[in-house]
Design a protein around this ligand. Structure first.
Ligand code: ZN
Length: 290
C-alpha cells in the first residue's frame, strides 16, 4: 500500500478541479433544458459479494442533479443514483464489438428501501437486485442502474408506507396509489439513460434488457437505445408477494402464472402462513445453535 507523502494536503476545491480534469467528475448533457446540471462521478472500484458466492469487482458511478457546475459541489440536495458496470471497457475493443455475446445486459433497477435494504418479501426487489448482478457477470458485460428516486414507483418512501397500510386492508398495489391521490407509476428515466449513454462506448446503443416490464423497454428505446433482446427476471416469489406480482402481470408485465408457480416452488416458501414461517425460522436457528 502506498502512503500519501507527508504534508500532501489538498483543498476541497483543488480536489474537485482534479476530478474534473481527470474525467472522474463530468457534467453531461441530458437533453433536458429545464433542469440544471446532471453530474456523473466515477469510476470507483467496488468489490461486491453476490449471493454469498464470492467477490466480483464492479465499477461504481453515481449521478445527481446540481444547480451549479463549477466543480465545487460536494453535497447534493437531489436524489443520488448509482450505476454498477461490469466489462464495459472490453466493448471499446473492435473485436469485442463484433461478438454478439458481448451485447451489454442492462438492468434499470428501481430503488426499494424495504426490499433492497430491509430484506422485505412484500416485493421481489431484493432478490431481483442480486440476481441481476449475477446475470450481468454471466453475460460478461453490462450495467445495473440503481435509480433511488424510483422508490415506490416514484412516489417516495413515506407515500409507499401509506400504500402498504391500504394494501393490508386488501387494496391492490396500483389502486392503493390512486386512492391516496398518487399516480400508479411516477417514474422517469431521463437522467438514468443520459448517464448510461455516457458510459457505453460512443455509437454503441444495442443492448439486452433484464426486466419483465415492457415500459422499461419503451423508455430505453425512446432514449436512443436498441433493445435487441429482453430477458425475464422472476425470482424471490413467495406467498407474501405473489398477489403483488399478479397485479403487475395484469398491468402488462411479462410474468405468467406458470412463472409464479415455478418461482414459488423454487423459493422454498410455498404458501405458508406467517406463523409457520416464523416457527420454521426459529427451528432453523435453534438447530444452528446446537
Ligand atoms: Zn420493492
Amino acid at each position: 500500500m502506498e502512503l500519501l507523502p507527508s504534508g500532501a494536503a489538498i483543498s476541497s476545491r483543488d480536489f474537485a478541479t482534479e476530478l474534473v480534469e481527470s474525467g472522474k467528475l463530468v457534467y453531461i448533457d441530458s437533453g433536458d433544458t429545464g433542469a440544471k446540471y446532471l453530474a456523473l462521478l466515477g469510476p470507483i472500484s467496488l468489490p461486491v459479494m453476490i449471493g454469498g458466492r464470492g467477490r466480483t469487482s464492479f465499477l461504481w458511478y453515481i449521478f445527481s442533479r446540481f444547480s451549479r457546475n463549477d466543480a465545487s459541489c460536494f453535497t447534493s440536495e437531489n436524489p443520488v443514483n448509482s450505476i454498477l458496470t461490469y466489462g464495459l471497457s472490453a466493448l471499446k475493443k473492435n473485436d469485442a464489438l463484433k461478438d454478439e455475446k458481448a451485447l451489454p445486459l442492462i438492468r434499470l433497477h428501481s430503488g426499494c428501501h424495504t426490499g433492497d435494504i430491509l430484506g422485505s418479501m412484500r416485493c421481489d426487489c431484493g432478490p431481483q437486485f442480486h440476481e441481476a448482478l449475477r446475470r450481468i457477470v454471466e453475460n460478461r458485460c453490462g450495467a445495473l442502474v440503481y435509480i433511488a428516486s424510483h422508490e415506490g414507483r416514484g412516489i417516495g418512501l413515506w407515500a409507499k408506507a401509506l400504500t402498504y397500510l391500504l394494501q393490508d386492508r386488501g387494496y391492490d398495489t396500483y389502486v392503493a396509489n390512486e386512492v391516496l391521490g398518487f399516480p400508479t407509476d411516477a417514474r422517469t428515466y431521463g437522467d438514468a439513460l443520459a448517464a448510461l449513454r455516457h458510459l457505453l462506448p460512443e455509437g454503441r446503443r444495442e443492448v439486452r434488457l433484464l426486466s419483465n416490464n415492457p415500459a422499461k423497454r419503451a423508455e430505453l428505446e425512446s432514449g436512443g437505445f436498441k433493445v435487441v433482446e429482453m430477458r425475464k427476471l422472476v425470482v424471490g416469489v413467495s406467498n407474501y408477494n405473489v398477489n403483488y406480482l399478479a397485479s403487475k402481470s395484469r398491468r402488462g408485465h411479462n410474468i405468467s402464472s406458470t412463472d409464479l408457480g415455478a418461482a414459488v416452488s423454487s423459493a422454498g416458501l410455498p404458501f405458508m402462513q406467517t406463523g409457520e414461517v416464523h416457527t420454521r425460522t426459529l427451528q432453523g436457528q435453534q438447530k444452528g445453535e446446537e
